[in-house]
Design a protein around this ligand. Structure first.
Ligand SMILES: [Zn+2]
Length: 460
């Protein structure tokens, strides 16, 4: 494979911002510096551009079963959209059928992703019940590079496990080196509220949010952390959406407890006002935890600056408005939960984070690439630009202005949560392991060229 030089740009990592060239040999970066040009056969001009690590989105749901349908992006369309958006690695959630062995689930996810993925990918495994078999499967999967497991404190009768099960899984993770990830909402009282609202005829999408109050996310987050502390392990809270939950994480971290958490673009840029849009429009914004009232946004940004929140992932789980979201017409509880986002995260965080002064450029790189790599066993292979790392690189034009829209995005979903949202910046050239995936809006990646990433255990 030819040597490639990315020349004349500003190389940005989580720690440094440097005018430098990047020399790639084969799949790896071999040098970052100056006067490297004579060694390259191919040159990518990055004058006036930011040269940053490829994004790592550790929370996606491609082709995920939910409520009798499937999320509308499969591994082909979803990973192509990721590439367009500057994300070169995803970690997707494998979902077992009831009673299915986790090993079988992993094989199914390998079969789904392998022939289709345009970018590199790993898996987390969802655990629906904790017993001797699933605990043994966890041990085996950790050895196979599936080193994180998600359990639910919400969705009783579907995914929810009780506190004893959570504690057993956490205790096992202390032995096998896995990281336990939690959907932290107290599903019991939430279900009671849902039934009460429906009985009262309150069926519009806005009620999805009203029946899932932030206090129940705060309570579950606090309980999750207390259980993890009892088990003597770290715990990772997915899609943290509220001040209530953030306060539980902050308090724990201030006391030296290994509580970790992600938030998502929708909690930073959208709010309960969107869920309350007239008619059935709010269904486009139904996800769990729900979008919160606007004052939560500023607190989440505080959390990202202070490292009480370590990273931003998307929880990408798209459903078409027509026919899929519409399954919940007349009953908000039947609206499939989830939003599209894998394509927009990188630019949204740059535009709304860096350009508007919420986070530094280096912190941006940390939030979208470096911290995800470190927490999920991919660093330093992924998540930075340094000799020896995979050449997963975004040549980012920070100045181009564009409008996000379903008419121009590449995700397989018939609406955009950010329709009409004006942003600065575009991933202009996107490389993975030295190969150009996207060049000025043209997809060059092939389905199946993404590789499975066997991840290491998390080391904090
Ligand atoms: Zn999710």
């Amino acid at each position: 494979m030819a040597r490639t030089l990315i020349s004349g740009g500003t190389v940005v990592t989580a720690t440094d911002t440097t005018a430098a060239d990047v020399l790639i040999d084969g799949e790896r970066v071999v040098a970052v510096g100056s006067d490297l040009g004579a060694q390259a056969e191919q040159v990518i001009d990055a004058t006036g551009r930011l040269v940053m690590p490829g994004g790592i989105d550790v929370h996606t749901h491609m082709e995920m079963p939910f409520g009798g349908t499937f999320s509308s992006d499969d591994f082909a369309t979803g990973t192509a959209a990721a590439a367009w958006g500057g994300t070169t690695t995803i970690v997707d959630f494998a979902v077992p059928e009831h009673g299915e062995s986790l090993q079988t689930t992993a094989q199914r996810w390998h079969q789904k992703a392998g022939p289709k993925a345009h970018v590199d990918y790993g898996f987390h495994m969802i655990v629906r019940e904790v017993n001797e078999q699933t605990l043994a499967d966890m041990d085996a999967l950790v050895d196979q590079g599936i080193t994180s497991f998600k359990l639910f404190m919400a969705y009783p009768g579907v995914f929810m496990v009780d506190d004893a099960s959570l504690f057993r899984a956490m205790s096992r993770s202390g032995e096998n080196g896995a990281l336990i990830m939690l959907h932290a909402e107290n599903g019991g009282p939430i279900d009671v509220l849902i039934q009460r609202y429906l009985a009262e005829g309150r069926t519009d999408p806005v009620n999805h949010g009203l029946t899932r109050p932030a206090s129940m996310e705060g309570e579950a987050t606090h309980r999750a952390i207390a259980l993890a502390e009892l088990a003597g392990v770290a715990v990772y809270i997915v899609h943290l959406s509220s001040t209530d939950a953030l306060n539980a994480v902050r308090e724990a971290r201030d006391n030296g407890v290994a509580a970790l958490a992600e938030t998502c673009p929708q909690y930073l840029f959208l709010s309960a006002d969107d869920l309350a849009r007239p008619g059935f429009e709010g269904a486009k914004y139904v996800c769990s935890p729900p979008l919160r009232p606007k004052p939560h946004q500023a607190e989440l940004w505080n959390g990202l600056r202070s490292d009480d929140l370590q990273l931003v992932a998307t929880d990408h789980c798209p459903f078409h408005f027509k026919q899929q979201k519409e399954m919940g017409l007349g009953n908000f509880a039947k609206i499939p939960n989830g939003l599209p986002g894998v394509e927009d995260r990188y630019t949204l965080l740059y535009d709304g984070g860096v350009r508007l002064g919420q986070v530094s450029l280096n912190r941006f790189v940390e939030l979208v690439a470096t911290a995800p790599a470190k927490l999920f066993g991919l660093y330093p292979r992924k998540g930075t630009i340094a000799p020896g790392s995979d050449a997963d690189i975004v040549v980012f034009d920070p100045d181009t202005e564009r409008v996000l829209s379903a008419s121009t995005h590449h995700m397989n979903v018939d609406y955009s949560c950010y329709e009409g949202h004006h942003v600065h910046g575009v991933p202009e050239v996107v490389l993975q392991r030295g190969q150009v995936l996207v060049d000025h809006g043209k997809l060059l990646a092939q389905a199946g060229q993404g590789k499975f990433l066997a991840r290491s255990r998390t080391t904090l």
